[in-house]
Design a protein around this ligand. Structure first.
Ligand SMILES: Cc1cc2nc3c(=O)[nH]c(=O)nc-3n(C[C@H](O)[C@H](O)[C@H](O)COP(=O)(O)O)c2cc1C
Length: 191
């Protein structure tokens, strides 16, 4: 797939069809993350793949969705929840400075890679890390940084030019609109 198309097509998706994702696909996404750039090449990011229905059900309530939307519209309804998760762990025995950037690079590889498989994703920082640790028996030497929710999209999301608010919003047809700043507004200088 064309890189440009993938970059522009990727949007956060928060409603999913209930078709399961092959485990091989999920492993491939972790492999995309594996080869991301890493400060000093220390590679301190590790992963948990969650795909079993009974585990998914317990993980779902530990995530918070779509703070820009009215409360009633935030959380995916039953039957439209993610069909897999990739949990981002930082191995604190390995981590060095710049690890935050490593996390960003690894996650972006997963999000963009998911487009290749027709998957939608939601990068989630609003998570109950303590309860996730208990649920999945994650040892203390891992910092739980984010959860990526995944599934085949059951909603549409489009970019629109930023006007006066960064808030994303849903129209009457359920289409998400995501304001993005104009390229000429973010280039501070061309010298
Ligand atoms: C670090 C980070 C944390 C995020 N955490 C959440 C979250 O907890 N819940 C959620 O619904 N979306 C979360 N998002 C998704 C953003 O809301 C989304 O990326 C933003 O609205 C822009 O939409 P786009 O990804 O379609 O460009 C997060 C995104 C990033 C980069």
């Amino acid at each position: 797939m064309d890189v440009e198309k993938v970059i522009y097509e990727r949007r956060t998706i928060r409603r999913f069809k209930q078709q399961s994702i092959p485990l091989e696909t999920l492993k491939k996404l972790v492999d995309f993350a594996r080869v991301a750039p890493s400060g000093n090449n220390v590679q301190a990011i590790e992963y948990i793949i969650v795909h079993k229905p009974e585990v998914r059900e317990q993980l779902f309530p530990l995530l918070k969705w779509a703070r820009s939307l009215p409360r009633a519209e935030r959380t995916p309804e039953a039957g439209r929840t993610p069909t897999a998760y990739i949990i981002i762990l930082l191995n604190i025995n390995i981590k060095k400075s710049y690890y935050e950037f490593d996390i960003g690079a690894s996650v972006e590889n997963i999000l963009l890679g998911a487009v290749k498989f027709g998957l939608g994703t939601c990068w989630m920082g609003s998570i109950n890390a303590n309860k996730i640790r208990a649920l999945l028996e994650i040892p203390e030497f891992y910092q739980i940084t984010h959860v990526i929710s995944l599934g085949y999209p059951d909603e549409e999301s489009v970019m629109e030019p930023y006007e006066d608010s960064f808030n994303y919003w849903k129209d009457d047809n359920g289409v998400m609109h995501v304001p993005k700043r104009n390229v000429d507004d973010i280039i501070f200088k061309i010298s």
